[in-house]
Design a protein around this ligand. Structure first.
Ligand SMILES: C[S@@+](CC[C@H](N)C(=O)[O-])C[C@H]1O[C@@H](n2cnc3c(N)ncnc32)[C@H](O)[C@@H]1O
Length: 310
């Protein structure tokens, strides 16, 4: 577990970029090459191949998520919301948001916070004198609390299309926008959002450092960065079981459910190429975030990293 609130290592960053281990984990190979799963590919090719993977899996993405994780991805996403604890009025940017799972949960969470607050106010009104009630008028803004909004941003139109259809069919479109955009070059002005999330998306990005810089740019001062990503399993027995399950079962499930072995093989391989918990935490600090920390979920199968922009 991280020591809380260490000053970002901006100076160390310039060293980290050129040092051996850090360089390979961060795709700073310097020869224009990066990894696509276990393959080495030219940098400009990775984004195209990642795009193809998610274009292929978009229609079956939600079903496959439940099948591969036996539904546990829902608990990981709930844990993200629990850590975020957003208040009514918060503005969320969910990058690599895909079919919208985080944004839906966010809006549901702030709605339930709002309802709880209204019930509390109603209860306190019942016990107030007429004088208390009249003096409490006008203490909230004339228009009431600001509406919470969530923007789902993803590079892949097909993933967003599935998410938008879900929102329309469940009547949950209010407060939601869907924007096509690259995590490495976000189509938003500086300091627009209170919260930036990226769930199971950052390992697919070619230049992780660039995506982190963009997260910092679009957050307001005081804003929070939260990232869910597959990480390194800490227990060696669990790690063996997890390896066997992911390499032997997931591509098979991909073939049976989505007719696509290769895309799911990439997903498994890309997890193994992603920096471990400590290394990714250092990258977050190097970007300039404060109070970078992480929590392991399911023994480190997934890690939840967070940091603040001050
Ligand atoms: C595994 S899915 C995660 C979707 C969603 N966040 C979730 O948790 O269910 C990864 C997503 O990252 C998106 N993605 C990959 N590279 C991206 C990039 N450079 N910028 C934005 N999104 C990207 C993919 O299109 C895909 O929708």
């Amino acid at each position: 577990m991280a020591a809380p609130c260490r000053v970002p290592q901006l100076l160390r960053a310039s060293f980290g970029r050129f040092s051996g281990v850090a360089a390979s984990a961060r795709s700073f190979s310097g020869d224009g090459k990066t990894h696509f799963g276990f393959e080495t590919v030219p940098e400009e090719e990775k984004a195209k191949r990642v795009y193809k993977v998610f274009e292929n899996v978009a229609q079956k993405y939600d079903v496959m998520n439940d099948a591969m994780s036996l539904g546990v991805h829902r608990l990981w996403k709930d844990a993200l919301l629990h850590a975020m604890h957003p208040q009514p009025g918060a503005r969320l940017l969910d990058v690599a948001g895909g079919t919208g799972d985080i944004a839906f949960r966010f809006l549901e969470y702030v709605r339930s916070q709002q309802q709880r607050r209204e019930r509390r106010v109603a209860r306190s009104m019942q016990t107030q004198s007429w004088q208390d009630i009249s003096s409490s008028y006008g203490t909230e803004g004339e228009d009431g609390p600001r509406e919470s909004r969530a923007v789902v941003c993803d590079i892949n139109k097909e993933m967003l299309k599935v998410g938008k259809q879900k929102a329309d069919s469940t009547g949950t479109s209010a407060g939601l926008s869907w924007v096509v955009g690259d995590a490495e070059e976000l189509p938003f002005d500086d300091e627009q959002f209170d919260i930036y999330t990226i769930a199971f998306g950052i390992r697919n990005v070619t230049h992780i450092d660039q995506a982190l810089q963009e997260a910092l740019r679009v957050l307001k001062p005081g804003g929070r960065f939260l990232c869910l990503e597959f990480s390194k399993v800490t227990n060696p027995v669990l790690a063996k079981l997890y390896d066997a399950y992911s390499f032997q079962m997931i591509p098979v499930l991909g073939e049976v459910i989505a007719g696509d072995w290769k895309s799911y093989q990439y997903l498994v391989e890309s997890i193994r190429r992603f920096p471990d918990q400590e290394e990714f935490k250092r990258m977050i600090e190097d970007t300039g975030f404060y109070c970078a920390q992480f929590h392991n979920l399911t023994g480190g199968v997934v890690a939840l990293h967070s940091g603040f922009k001050l």
